[in-house]
Ligand binder design. Structure first.
Ligand code: BGP
Length: 476
């Protein structure tokens, strides 16, 4: 089918996964600079400061800081209508609480966004994509209310500066990831919570809930201030949408899945309705969490609701209530393999219909336009003897997912604003810090150790996606 006129086809990346230049032009260290990389195993660790050789991948990225004009030309060649990236907070405020912004950082993004516009791509900008100045994390990250002021200052500084260049803004990337509190990396990358070995599980959860409240306040303030800066701004939230299915029609499985889904939907509920849902208030009380709120916080949240919802979508999950006791802390409590679908090499279960399903769920619940700002497949890849990457599996993954978006629009009446392929050029994987987990339609010759020519090559999917965009989704 043809997609609606003006549908925003494009690609998506995040600053710390491709820019490199981590200490160039006055940039301060961010929390991502002290994560270990793929060369050191699967689970990423947080190092105490920058350790030479260990935090390598994010620091060099794919060197986009220096190559953006040439890379953007490749995106333009694919016909992108928009391009999603994030602003590295510590390029603008190196410590997070500096008195003045760093002009070199502001200038870099000005040039970048001008380049997108010159190449016919509407910038879609994430304000916080798993990155905060390290200095703020050392002060407690978002558990400390000071981070609200620092974030709002950063956001208003860039919104003022780029008010005529950028229309679409997202506040916190995948804000709901931190609900996976058993994985230290998410509370760290979402909220800047540095793990403390003395913390009990309840202590960690208390910190995460406090940060979430502070992030809701910060996001709502940014929505209000953004609209005052430019009433045409469209400001959205960003949710990781992994639908959770009951593994069987046993009512216990259905209820278990419903309760786990609340961890994802509570964020939409607050961002869209501007108030805490009953089930969350009930849970805080039952489980003994005490959230410090300033007078006026709830009014701020009520008045700063979002214009649209953006999501990432990669996979679905299935759960079984009677398996909860066997939970080893990985994945979701009671999670089981879904026998009806395949998984990627990293165990991500491929489920195109699940994308239509979440689009329906979100639209029925919120009636807000939805922007799919991440979808794609991570694969091991290397070029053939002619230097070509024939990524047929990526083409089928994208084709099937886009077809389901088409169905959601045509058959369910969902309002979808656009679709951006995650990691449209190979970038560093967020979860594993590997270069070898590739999502791109453009191959980058670099390995996990930073060796390679960093040369860019068009993969087969590059030509396929160009055709999809040129036909506005008709030719899949
Ligand atoms: C999302 C993040 C991205 C990204 C993507 C793929 O969670 O917003 O930053 O990297 O997932 O994940 P990964 O790189 O771990 O494969």
């Amino acid at each position: 089918m043809k997609f609606p006129d003006g549908f925003l086809w494009g690609g998506a990346v995040a600053a710390h996964q491709l820019e490199g230049a981590w200490n160039v032009d006055g940039r301060g260290p961010s929390i991502c600079d002290v994560l270990t990389g793929g060369a050191h195993g699967v689970a990423r660790e947080i190092t105490d400061g920058v350790v030479p050789g260990k935090n390598y991948p994010n620091q060099r990225g794919i060197d986009y800081y220096h190559t953006f004009r040439e890379d953007d030309a490749l995106f333009q060649e694919m016909g992108f209508k928009c391009f999603r990236t994030s602003i590295s907070w510590s390029r603008i405020f190196p410590n997070g609480d500096d008195t003045e912004p760093n002009e070199a950082g502001l200038k870099f993004y000005e040039e970048l966004f001008k380049d997108y516009r010159a190449k016919g791509m509407e910038p879609v900008v994430t304000l916080s994509h798993f990155e905060m100045p390290l200095h703020l994390a050392k002060m407690g990250g978002f558990t400390n209310r000071k981070a609200i002021d620092c974030f709002v200052r950063f956001a208003t500084t860039v919104m003022e500066r780029y008010k005529d260049l950028v229309k679409y803004w997202l506040t916190f990337n995948e804000v709901n990831n931190q609900m996976e509190m058993h994985t230290a990396i998410f509370p760290y990358t979402n909220s800047g919570i540095i793990p403390n070995p003395n913390d009990t599980k309840h202590d960690v959860e208390q910190k995460v809930w406090q940060s979430i409240h502070n992030e809701f306040v910060a996001s709502a303030l940014v929505v209000r201030k953004g609209h005052a800066i430019n009433p045409n701004f469209q400001i959205g939230c960003m949710l990781a949408m992994v639908p959770i299915y009951p593994a069987t029609c046993n009512p216990n499985d259905v209820m278990h899945a419903e309760i786990l889904m609340r961890d994802r939907l509570l964020f939409g509920d607050v961002y869209v309705y501007g108030e805490y849902p009953h089930y969350l208030l009930n849970r805080w009380q039952r489980e003994g969490f005490h959230i410090a709120m300033n007078p006026g916080d709830l009014e701020i949240i009520k008045e700063g609701t979002v214009d649209f919802i953006s999501i990432s979508y990669y996979m679905s999950a299935a759960v079984q209530a009677n398996k909860v006791d066997e939970w080893d802390g990985h994945g979701l409590p009671g999670q089981v393999r879904n026998p009806y679908i395949e998984a990627t090499d990293w165990g991500w279960q491929i489920d195109p219909v699940g994308l239509r399903y979440v689009l329906c769920t979100l639209y029925e619940r919120y009636r807000k336009p939805i922007f799919i700002v991440e979808n794609g497949i991570g694969m091991y890849e290397s070029p053939d003897a002619n230097g070509y990457v024939e990524d047929n599996a990526r083409i089928s993954y994208l084709r099937e997912h886009i077809a389901q978006v088409g169905r959601a629009i045509a058959l369910d009446g969902v309002e979808v604003m656009g679709y951006t392929v995650w990691g449209c050029i190979d970038v560093i994987s967020f979860g594993t810090g590997e270069m070898k987990k590739r999502y791109g339609m453009i191959y980058v010759d670099a390995d996990d150790y930073g060796k390679g020519t960093y040369c860019r090559t068009r993969k087969k999917s590059f030509y396929w996606y160009r055709n999809v965009i040129a036909s506005n989704g008709e030719d899949l």
